[in-house]
Design a protein around this ligand. Sequence first.
Ligand code: ZN
Length: 281
Amino acid sequence: MSKLIITAAVNGGITGRDKNPNIPYTPEEIANAVYDCWNAGASIAHIHARGRDGAPSYDEAVFEEIVARIRNRCNILINLSTSGFNLPPDKEKRVAWNHLKLRPDIASFNCGSLNHGSKPFINPPALARELANDMQTYGVKPEVEVYHCGIIGEAQALVDSGHLTAPLSYNFALGIPGGAPATCKSLLHLVESIPPGSHWSALAIGKGQLPINLHTMLLGGHVRTGFEDNVYYRYGELAKSNAQLVERIVRYAQDIGRPVASSAEARAMLRIAPVKTFEEA
Ligand code: ZN
């Protein structure tokens, strides 16, 4: 089994401090949380930006400060969110919103739709092709977000049309109302539905997080944990930090004999080129 890549999704764009006061909002708080997760064993950080009030931010300066602060402190791979509800209708604004110009190592790639709880989360094929082109332009590795099985076919169509390059990196996001449930059977079905040789990781939201993390580790996949998906350490007990969740995954990995990948090892496994400075890019 390959070494385990742990992604820390430190904040997300939805859950607020009313649910857990330890969720990082500001660039400094986000960079501190990421640094602590890196020290704990995470090799990728998945990041959203927030305003001071906690609302999602798409401000370029905020994203730029987050990336710069993290790059200054550690070599963790940066995975920026490109998704969001209510994306602006004109292309120029959308490009500004996806922040690929900052050359993250990885970015989330949405090419399928679902009802995300009470809200429709719509990613039509034309938008996915546009995002794929932007990722090629800026040399960013797409992480295909899979909420249900149909999205695997949507991604394959983009490989067939030359917009994406195989082998793809899939992230199975389980337990979202309207998407695939956070069950072992559901995870297995998704894993068996992707082409051999693909890279995959999985997450589940809320109480599904730890059980799916454990199934994933045993199946040879890679793990995502963090406050974006769940803010509890166990039933009735809030997690103190993102790093606390990462530390637990590292302990389980050690107990089952699955070594944890460093950031440099994760970069090599995912075949991601070394970081370019903004000037070189
Ligand atoms: Zn996210």
